[in-house]
Design a protein around this ligand. Sequence first.
Ligand code: PGA
Length: 274
Amino acid sequence: MSRIPLIAGNWKMHKTVAEAESLVRDLVPRVEGLEKVEVAVCPPATALHVVGQALAGSVVELGAQDVFWAEQGAFTGMISPVMLKELGCKYAIVGHSERRGRFGKPDESLGEAARVFGDTDASVNLKVKAALGHELIPIMCVGEMLAERDEGRTDAVVTRQIEVGLEGVSAEQAAGMVIAYEPVWAIGTGRACGAEEANRVIGLIRKTIRGKFCEEVGDRIRIQYGGSVTDKNAHELLSQPELDGALVGGASLEVCRFALIVQAASVIAKEVSK
Ligand code: PGA
């Protein structure tokens, strides 16, 4: 079964509306016509509308960086799945490690991405279900922190995040979802996970999903790798058989580097399908 890889750019809190529009106008012609790869960009909420308009009719899809679980109500600062759908979003990142963890000031001594917005496995699950309920495809992020890896708990942590995050999700819904394996220590640090280890953990995630649902869901669900993916390491990472694309942070802010990653994914997917 061949899955089309998804290369998604997570812009985080970067780009004004004008900068965002100019980036995608530059990006579209560079990735148009590339086969066997899907491309998405996830700009900050302030730029979703303009970027959506600039992408209309193009091959590049629109995604949001987070979604709240309620449709509307007294939830200051939150954005509902209905609102994202209206803006033309196809995807919504859910449970990114920068949104998980405790509230408050990040502990800079950890040398890891900030985990400051308090998302838990349970709130991630509510967001996943809300997105699916409004025909948004969640890109659900999972991944262990450095201390958890050092204690040998990587597999247990990732398995728990998958089990709880997908609670109450139907097999059909799960099959259409995207999971991103993003070890927290690899995000924004320039220290990507080794390709073989990324492949191993993603294989474990697929096995967990096969066990939770069935063989077919495991075959169909797309599982990306994320964490310091660049145009330099993309080929090695994306050549791993379990990886169905990448969630790219820093390198997605530079159009040339991002387009090179998309091209690498396309070349590899075409080779595999021969
Ligand atoms: P990075 O971020 O590519 O800058 O490490 C990845 C992510 O946070 O999704």
